[in-house]
Design a protein around this ligand. Structure first.
Ligand SMILES: Nc1ncnc2c1ncn2[C@@H]1O[C@H](COP(=O)(O)OP(=O)(O)OP(=O)(O)O)[C@@H](O)[C@H]1O
Length: 461
């Protein structure tokens, strides 16, 4: 790589990242040795400096240079060095949220609130930024969408938020990488065709509709969900699989978001190997995430400012949180009507017990006799039975992630139940000890009281 101009201007201190399309360096200006910068240089040789794309890019940089906010990376200048477009910006010394999530799994509530406060401030600033003077046209399909009243980031994801330490030890979260339409051919690929990373991409982007400030709110909502649970609501294993991408599009457009509290409790259990008591996400924060992830952009917070307002009202306990519907349901679903279901339990009907199915959706599913007394503690899976040998809280299924990304399921007796839980035996021969977690495979069955329950795992989603 020829780097004469670059080398004459800067001492390269470190290569921060080098992908297929650009390299980012930590560099020291030779002219001003106090000046440490991040320098992003495209692997793109510019042979025509009058090209329209390059002019647009320069215009965009001119506008982004004006942005001055503690939670937005400061852009200093753009140059052509060794025939390559290069962007000089503030060096943010820290780690991306992606790195932190990969290492730590998920964030505490307190740290998540800190991220939301700072990112809502950043978005509030750019979503209400008044652009004066000459400006590029609003190019809705391009990556940076600039009009007089808003700058849209358009590629919010955990790779583009860096956490740095302030002098007083507190965290500063900084939004980087406004998906400039020219600065990064990779961004062009992402944004012109895909408008940002697929797992963070708002439904209206998939639909090719007008992208506006609520699209950033959706992407930030996915990041908040991921901070709280360690996983995005709609994960993708392989981007190259067309069927996965079609399914992902469908999920963003129409699938309900998996319950935030349940997913967090599973993540806590997986990390701590200890059952969490209550979900620690405040009700108003659940509502905030739901509002960010509304499919219809008109139902989301319109801009960072609206999000911010809701956030501080939540902190001040000024948001009314509706009671959650109880999870236990008496509606029986026929599993054959559902393709590709998650694991479920089938109760074999007998003279005392109704046939039932129950889909396992949580890290712990308690199983016991159906109890409709008001205020009674009910098991997750209440078996409708007159069988008095089944306790109200008899046994449980524990769900754990396996290394391939699927789930494994275990049966455990409840500490111990009065009448025992019997796995894969004729009834009443080998009782599970209360400390055993017996692994379950498709077709395994167990007995509680006089009732047989069959475990099914037809292939996880
Ligand atoms: N201003 C900055 N200060 C410090 N590190 C930065 C700065 N800008 C980018 N980085 C880091 O440099 C690395 C490469 O960044 P870059 O934006 O090119 O890569 P990317 O996010 O992998 O690619 P893409 O832009 O195609 O999504 C990342 O680890 C990023 O966090």
């Amino acid at each position: 790589m020829q780097m004469q101009e670059l080398a004459s201007r800067y001492d390269i201190l470190k290569v921060i990242g080098h992908g297929g399309f650009s390299a980012v360096f930590k560099a020291r200006s030779k002219e001003d040795p106090e000046h440490i910068v991040a320098l992003k240089q495209l692997d793109f040789v510019l042979d025509n400096k009058d090209a329209k794309e390059y002019k647009d890019f320069k215009d965009e940089v001119e506008i982004l240079k004006q942005l001055d906010h503690p939670n937005i990376v400061k852009i200093y200048n753009e140059y052509i060095l060794d025939n390559k477009p290069s962007l000089e910006m503030e060096y943010v010394d820290g780690e991306t949220l992606e790195t932190i999530i990969q290492r730590d799994g998920y964030f505490s509530i307190e740290d998540t609130l800190d991220v939301i406060a700072q990112m809502a401030a950043a978005l509030s600033y750019c979503h209400h930024y008044y652009v004066s003077g000459n400006m590029p046209q609003n190019r809705a399909s391009d990556s940076v969408i600039i009009n007089r009243n808003a700058i849209i980031h358009n590629d919010i994801n955990p790779k583009n938020i860096i956490r740095a330490k302030n002098e007083d030890g507190s965290w500063r979260y900084v939004l980087i990488d406004f998906g400039l339409s020219f600065v990064d051919p990779d961004a062009v690929r992402h944004s012109k065709k895909e408008d940002g990373m697929a797992e963070y991409k708002a439904p209206e982007k998939w639909n090719g509709e007008l992208v506006d400030t609520p699209s950033d709110i959706y992407s930030l909502g996915i990041v908040i969900y991921e901070l709280l649970t360690g996983t995005v609501p709609f994960p993708v294993k392989d981007y190259k699989q067309a069927s996965e991408m079609i399914a992902l599009e469908e999920k963003h457009k129409s699938a309900p978001v998996p319950d935030l509290c349940t997913t967090r409790m599973e993540a806590v259990y997986e990390k701590e190997q200890e059952r969490p008591g209550e979900c620690d996400i405040p009700g108003w924060l659940e509502l905030l995430v739901q509002r960010c992830l509304e499919k219809d952009p008109l139902k989301r917070f319109k801009t960072g400012r609206e999000l911010s307002r809701f956030f501080y009202n939540g902190l001040d306990e000024k948001i009314a949180v509706p009671e959650k519907e109880p999870e236990t349901s008496v509606i029986d679903i026929d599993p054959s009507a559902i393709k590709n279901t998650a694991a479920y339990l089938e109760v074999e009907p007998n003279i005392l017990t109704e046939g039932q199915h129950y889909f396992i959706q949580k890290a712990y599913t308690t199983i016991g006799r159906w109890n409709d007394m008001p205020g009674a503690v009910a098991a997750d899976f209440g078996i409708r039975t007159a069988d008095r040998f089944i306790s109200k809280n008899h046994c449980q299924i524990i769900r754990k992630r396996d290394p391939e990304g699927g789930y494994r399921y275990f049966l455990q007796d409840t500490a111990p139940s009065k009448n025992g839980t019997f796995l894969n035996t004729s009834k009443n021969s080998t009782r599970l000890s209360a400390t055993t977690e017996a692994v379950l495979k498709e077709g395994d069955y167990f007995w509680i009281g006089n009732t047989k329950i069959i475990f099914h795992q037809p292939g996880e989603m």
